[in-house]
Design a binder for this molecule. Structure first.
Ligand code: MG
Length: 204
C-alpha cells in the first residue's frame, strides 16, 4: 500500500506557511514504513529539532482505480479516519529553499500514524461538513472542518488517480488546517472526529 498526502488543502494553513493557495491539488507520498505499529509511541528522530504535527482526515481506498471521474470518486472509498502527517519542519524548510523534494522531511519511518478506528462513510451524515480536532496534552491545538477544504475528497481522489493508480488499502491524507506546531518528548496527541477520539500517540 501507499500513502498519498495532500499539501495546502486548507487556506488558513497555506497562509500560516506563507504558501500561496493552490489552484490544483499538491500531493506527495510516504511509503508503508511511515505507518506506526499499533500502540507504539513516536520517537522524535535524531535528525530534526523541529518535529511538527499536522492532523488530517484520512480516506481509505477500497477499490482499484485509475482516471476516476469526480462523479464516481465516492465509489472508491468507504471509510475515513484521522492521522498525523509528521513533518520535520526544519528539514522541509531547507528542502524548500533549495528546491529539493520533501521526502527527508515527510516520508521517514513512523511519520504517518493513523488512528486504529476508521468510521464507515455510511455512518457519516455529511462528509463535506465533518469536524475534527487535535489535542496536545489535553488542549486543543488544531480544529478543522472538511467544508473548509480547498479541494473536496472526491476531487482529490479524481485528481490523484490521473497520475497514480489507487489500490485497495491505500490511504489519502487530505491536508491539515491551521495550528500546526512542534512536539517534544513526553507530549501526548489525541485526535477526534465529531468529538469521538480515534487516535492517541505518545511522543518519546
Ligand atoms: Mg500535511
Amino acid at each position: 500500500m501507499k500513502i498519498i498526502c495532500i499539501g495546502r488543502n486548507y487556506a488558513d494553513h497555506a497562509k500560516e506557511m506563507n504558501s500561496p493557495t493552490p489552484t490544483e491539488p499538491v500531493f506527495f507520498m510516504k511509503p508503508d514504513t511511515a505507518l506506526l505499529p499499533k500502540r507504539n509511541p513516536v520517537y522524535i528522530p535524531e535528525f530534526t529539532n523541529d518535529l511538527h504535527f499536522e492532523c488530517e482526515i484520512v480516506v481509505r481506498i477500497n477499490r482499484l482505480g485509475k482516471n476516476i471521474s469526480e462523479k464516481f470518486a465516492h465509489r472508491y472509498y468507504d471509510e475515513i479516519g484521522v492521522g498525523i502527517d509528521f513533518t520535520a519542519r526544519d528539514i522541509q524548510q531547507k528542502c524548500k529553499e533549495k528546491g529539493l523534494p520533501w521526502e527527508k522531511a515527510k516520508a521517514f519511518d513512523h511519520s504517518a500514524p493513523v488512528g486504529e478506528k476508521f468510521i464507515p462513510i455510511s455512518q457519516i451524515e455529511d462528509l463535506n461538513n465533518l469536524e475534527f480536532h487535535l489535542e496536545k496534552n489535553g488542549e486543543i491545538v488544531q480544529k478543522g472542518n472538511t467544508k473548509d477544504m480547498i479541494f473536496t475528497i472526491d476531487q482529490l481522489v479524481a485528481y490523484v488517480s490521473k497520475y497514480v493508480t489507487l489500490k485497495i488499502g491505500d490511504l489519502i491524507f487530505t491536508g491539515t488546517p491551521a495550528g500546526v506546531g512542534p512536539v517534544k518528548i513526553g507530549d501526548q496527541l489525541t485526535a477526534f472526529v465529531n468529538n469521538e477520539q480515534l487516535l492517541k500517540i505518545d511522543i518519546k
